[in-house]
Write a protein that binds this ligand. Sequence first.
Ligand code: SF4
Length: 218
Amino acid sequence: MPDASDPQTCRRCRLAEGRSRVVLPDGARGGVMAVGEAPGAEEDQHGVGFFGLAGRNLDAAFAEAGVARTGYARANVVRCRPPENRSPRADEVAACSEWLLEAIEAFEPRVLLAVGRTAADHLLGIGRGKYLWAVEDSVSRVEREIMGEGVGEVDLHGPTGLPVVMMPHTSPLAWNRAYADRQGRCPRIRSLGERAVRAAVELAHECRGYERREVEND
Ligand code: SF4
């Protein structure tokens, strides 16, 4: 367990060596908590999560669902920027996992929104495979739950028992290049991301007074 009294000076993994700042969770309690992979360059410089273009994409998706930036919480699987924006390694994720659990306890979200594959893998253990299909399936099941058609089908985070909704990564690469059309737009990814955020927001409303479900661990 890291020293909870001074998270800014954490040096539990090698990511401490290259960071400018530890990016702490922030935002509103008791609603949706978006969990991303790691801080990027702008987040590292400003010490604020989801600060750059990826953050603006996420803010726009929440705004579409009627929630301002001040109305949801943000955190990352690791709090320090990996060099050259590589994905965090397994030992780095493990080193930071207590911090994320502590943030979830502190912000008391009703729903976790896994932003991108790394977050989804950490929260749900999805492993490899076609990520967008997994997102589509996750979102569809939450939508059915909200419609009263699929009770009990929502993915739950093992250690906390909270519902998890997956969404595509909001980085400009994921939203605008990898799946872009000739105009540089990727409407399918953007639409799926907006559906995921809307589903998470609606599920959080459904979960008022929600008792965390017991999760059977293997
Ligand atoms: S990534 Fe997490 S565990 Fe590693 S140094 Fe930063 S705060 Fe500590």
